[in-house]
Design a protein around this ligand. Structure first.
Ligand code: ATP
Length: 362
């Protein structure tokens, strides 16, 4: 199946809806410009209502854009109906035929294409093997577990060999443990099938685990498009930093800079920062510090008082007060480390390249 994967390009794509409460038009998606490579796994990530599903539905052809163009495999598709777009969608609800067995569910799209029986049998068999349902052709779909139903839904989409596979929150109806197993499965299957995948989720750990690149959306706007590491270590703003993982925001002023290095004043302390980029000396800055990059020590950068100390098994969770800031610290493998208690005075320690500097917002 690997030779038919297609790229997707969105150019100045917008969708306007009417707010049912106010009756006013608003942009559910505003000026999205995204290029997805053939064979890439890309996730649309963001809080509820940010426009993820609307983008997916415009790619599939279930919604038409008010502005802009969708290209699939280099061809403009705005004028094409969903079945002519070479895409297949896996829905949250699975959308299976309940009174049919697995074979008939999976073969459905092939029958519509009037494929001969022998080729169809062959294809269904190989797809069921790929999704881990080998030999289960005769099982009725209403007698399957949620995870198995999801595999059937995936097989139905894959069997027609689409150029692009679209996923609309496919794991939302599964329990937490199964979600984690299934996301690994979806990634494996996508890589084995060598297919382009576009996946909607509001679960940041799912997006991190599964994606080549993540598209973070905020209120109809594409906020950042990058691989998971870049998103995590170099978020473009506080929204992205806060949405992906946990973050401390240290507010201060960039007192001076030399090339890419700078010194910020935070709570009256001089803090060295690597990678200040275009930020200007004298400007207000926010330093993003991940909890696992911060440590509690008898010497360090920021004096603090411990306000919470909690043993969590594989880590010790601290909250410490440094002036106006409360800093969260995750101390992994705490077994052989000194355990600080509430009320202790200590220091927050971190390296200068563990800080990511942003221009202060608002
Ligand atoms: P969720 O994670 O909750 O599914 P989402 O990011 O996928 O959210 P969308 O479903 O794309 O968000 O919706 C974006 C915005 O457009 C929301 O404010 C939603 O209420 C609104 N919206 C979606 N469909 C319609 C519609 N058919 N008519 C009017 N407003 C709509």
């Amino acid at each position: 199946m690997s030779d038919q994967k297609k790229g997707v390009r969105l150019e100045h794509l917008s969708k306007i809806y009417k707010d049912p409460k106010t009756g006013k038009d608003f942009y559910a998606v505003h000026d999205a410009n995204i290029e997805i490579e053939p064979g890439e796994f890309v996730t649309l990530l963001g809080p509820s209502g940010c426009g993820k599903t609307t983008i997916l539905r415009m790619i599939a052809g279930f919604e038409s854009p008010d502005e802009g163009e969708v290209y699939i495999g280099g061809e403009p598709v705005n004028e094409l109906t969903p079945n002519k777009r070479d895409t297949a969608m896996v829905f949250q609800s699975y959308a299976l035929l309940p009174h049919y067995n697995i074979y008939d569910n999976v073969a459905y799209g092939l029958k519509l294409r009037k494929m001969d029986k022998a080729t169809m049998d062959e294809k269904v068999k190989s797809i069921l093997k790929l999704v881990g349902l080998e030999g289960m052709e005769d099982r009725m779909t209403n007698q399957l577990s949620g995870g198995q139903q999801q595999r059937v839904a995936l097989a139905r989409a894959l069997v027609i060999e689409p150029g692009v596979l679209l996923f609309d929150e496919p794991l939302s109806n599964l329990d937490a443990k199964l979600r984690v197993d299934m996301r690994t499965e979806i990634r494996r299957i996508q890589q084995e099938a060598g297919i382009t995948a576009i996946y909607v989720t509001h679960d940041q750990s799912e997006a991190m685990a599964i994606s080549d690149r993540i598209i973070v959306m905020k209120k109809g706007l594409v906020d950042q498009v990058a691989d998971p590491k870049t998103i995590y270590y170099h978020p473009v703003d506080e929204f992205v930093a806060d949405f992906i993982g946990e973050a401390n925001f240290l507010h201060g002023t960039l007192a001076g800079k030399s090339g890419d290095e700078g010194v910020a004043l935070v709570e009256g302390q001089e803090i060295e920062v690597a990678g200040v980029g275009d930020l200007e000396a004298g400007s207000k800055v926010t330093l993003v510090l991940r909890p696992e990059a911060a440590h509690l020590a008898d010497e360090g950068k920021l004096p603090c008082e411990v306000v919470l100390s909690r043993f969590m098994g594989h880590y010790q969770n601290y909250h410490v007060r440094c002036g106006d800031h409360v800093v969260k610290i995750t101390e992994f493998n705490p077994k052989n480390k000194h355990e600080y208690q509430v009320g202790d005075h200590a220091f927050v320690r971190f390296e200068k390249d563990d800080l990511h500097a942003l221009a202060q917002e608002g």
